[in-house]
Design a protein around this ligand. Sequence first.
Ligand SMILES: [Zn+2]
Length: 489
Amino acid sequence: MLKRLLLGAAAVLAVLVLVLAVKAALFTSVQLEPQPTEKIAIDADAAAARLAKATTFKTISHQIPWEFRGSEFTEFHAWLAEAFPQVHAALQREAVNDYSLLYTWKGSEPDLPPVLLLAHMDVVPVDAGSAEGWTHPPFDGVVADGRVWGRGSLDDKCSVIGLLETTEALLKSGWQPRRTLYFCFGHDEEIGGANGAGKIAALLAERGIKAWFSLDEGSAIVEGVLPGIDTPVALIATGEKGYVSLELTVMGEGGHSSQPPPQTSIGILAAGIARLEANQFPAAVAGPLAEMFDVVGREMDMPLRGLLANLWLFRPLLQSQLANSDTTNAALRTTTAVTIMEAGTKENVLPIKARAVVNFRILPGDTVAGVIEHTKRVLADDRITVNLVEGSEPDEPSPVSSTDSDSYRLLAQSVRNVHPDFPVGPGMTLGGTDTKHYYGVAENCYRFQPFVLDSADLATIHGTDESILIERYLDGIQLFAEILRNAAG
Ligand SMILES: [Zn+2]
């Protein structure tokens, strides 16, 4: 009897191993075949110097509106015209809402749907006291150790200046687009983009423009970020998370702390917050994340490739592994972050009002309404009122753009042509971008900066020592050129 049981178990195990092996063997590369490409002529030193100069303009987006300095933007605009004379002779440039810029590079076949190249000219401030921590001051535009140092060198002036650098070189070479290209450079992306990208998108819509696709920041060619793969990987983000901040308020009776109720307003609120943190949104390898594993997983080493080939069995294991890191966890679910807590004024006075703010980043598929409903259900306490934070605009998560489109294939093909060894796959943007303003204007929206960024680079975005390797910046210009030629040639 025991022998029969053991034999039966061995047979089941053998079949399982066979299924796993067959699935893994069939999980083969779907990367596009690289095509020959031509390099454009770029003067490396001059290009690096121009990007460095661009970071010296303090085009800062402040949370407090009256700290905004419009002159930094207008001086930046004036310098752009000097630095890129061919661009400014051949393209039409319009200031939108004074500080944003819309460039139109007219194609020879105006009936073709145009392409939107998005980027933003504003940068985040450097926190008071943290400037001393920089190897080179954040607004000095230093070129040293093969890098351009400065606030905005990665986010996102490398895209603004990189696109203009590419265009200047293409114009010098005599190349002209068949399809119209728009460069949409916002001035307030870091505070939501409503006055910049929002106004540009409204203007394009008003003119009846329906674009083929848009390309923005929000992802890149990442190195050392994905496990099981040694080469950099180009992740073209097809979606981005939404955003909502909720205010939780509890009103207490107040009074002397010598005769307290069993729970003060602080205790009620704290218990509610503890329940919210203990009851996170469900995790799932789904949407763009699942698509990424399906495409890029094929390029990974064993045993990871075998695991990803057999998600029918290993999905729970993968999910629990991804949930262990804050970064990958954020790709798995709508996240819950308690960011503000305010209550109490005196040690012997019962608090009247207790207030907390919880910031949620919403996965495509969830909604703002769904987040509010989840929050009320988990709190399960009528004494806690839930409202949208006043003055903070919620954003629904993005629609997910297609990976089975000509425009996605064009981007993937362009990467493969310039970097034949780098795999390309879809991805998702965990933060927010200006793209959210263009859903109605572009058929598909992709987020991809054509630069190689490693995990150390990524840590400097919005942080200390923001800088870009010149070599990688120049490679990015070549990839921009390939994308423009393939999109409009
Ligand atoms: Zn940015």
